[in-house]
Design a protein around this ligand. Structure first.
Ligand code: ADP
Ligand code: MG
Length: 255
């Protein structure tokens, strides 16, 4: 469904994405993880055509994305920070997008609208909403048009525990419909049940991209968080070990 080849992006001197290659297919829930500033949001924005890569290519359903934004209608996107016109009312926002899409009312997915009780705040202007409520609006919009691909950037950040559970439940249901879901989160326990594959980014580089089951086997860990911690510790050990070898060589040389 999504093919990424040799993708590179620099912001001035900063290499935000450094030669990313990956293929994402339907039925996969890919957890995109990595420290702050590792390039997760930039990768997502490249897929959505919101950031232009310096080189490389992205294909969505076989078509290279360049210029023509029509492929976007297949993707439901929940941004890390949702930006909306300040004075637009919540109800207006949903009505406006519905009119643009021209999707029949019966095909709309109003599940989250109902569960988050957003109809009760339909006449509130976007600017008056708390961060969490804004997140609920973003979530409801991402699923509204029943897209085959979902891209969720820190979806549970800022949500209260109950709303977070509602959203996770919803993501699980969409996974069962064989959709492609790309998700980032710092709360690794949120991803445990959902994830089929893990992509780990660090300083714009893809450190690994593998099935969660393989990752668990390799690390002998049952939880995603523990598995990642184990790999990262292993990496540090290796780096330390290389430093030790180099130091040893130096001593041998000087003696
Ligand atoms: P993540 O989502 O993994 O936290 P981002 O993709 O948001 O990371 O950012 C990756 C790096 O690129 C960071 O160092 C960030 O400061 C930088 N960056 C992101 N967007 C821009 C931009 N529009 N202009 C300049 N630098 C940016
Ligand atoms: Mg981010």
């Amino acid at each position: 469904m999504i093919r990424i080849e040799n993708l590179k992006k620099k912001f001035k001197k900063l290499q935000a994405l450094d030669d990313i290659n990956a293929f994402f297919n339907q039925g996969q829930v890919i957890s995109l993880i990595g420290p702050n500033g590792s390039g997760k949001t930039t990768l997502i924005k490249c897929i959505l055509g919101m950031v232009r890569a310096d080189s490389g290519s992205i294909h969505v359903n076989g078509k290279q994305i360049n210029g023509d934004p029509s492929y976007r209608s297949q993707i439901g996107y929940m941004p890390q920070i949702g930006r909306y016109p300040d004075n637009m009312k919540v109800g207006q926002l949903f009505r406006m997008l519905k009119n643009i899409r021209k999707m029949p009312e019966t095909e709309l997915d109003t599940d989250l609208l109902v569960k988050f009780n957003l109809v009760s705040i339909f006449d509130k202007p976007m600017r008056t909403l708390s961060g969490g409520t804004r997140q609920k609006v973003s979530a409801a919009l991402a699923f509204y048009f029943n897209p085959a691909i979902l891209i969720l950037d820190e979806p549970t950040a800022g949500l209260d525990p109950l709303s977070s559970e509602i959203l996770k439940e919803k993501i699980m249901q969409e996974k069962q419909k064989n959709k492609l879901i790309l998700i980032t989160s710092h709360i690794l326990s949120d991803l445990d049940e959902l994830t089929t594959d893990v992509m780990y980014l660090q300083e714009g580089k893809m450190i690994f991209y593998k099935e969660l089951s393989v990752l668990k086997k390799e690390t002998n860990e049952e939880k995603l968080g523990k598995a990642i911690a184990s790999i990262m510790k292993g990496g540090k050990r290796e780096a330390l070990w290389i430093d030790e070898v180099l130091a040893l060589k130096e001593t041998v040389k000087t003696n």
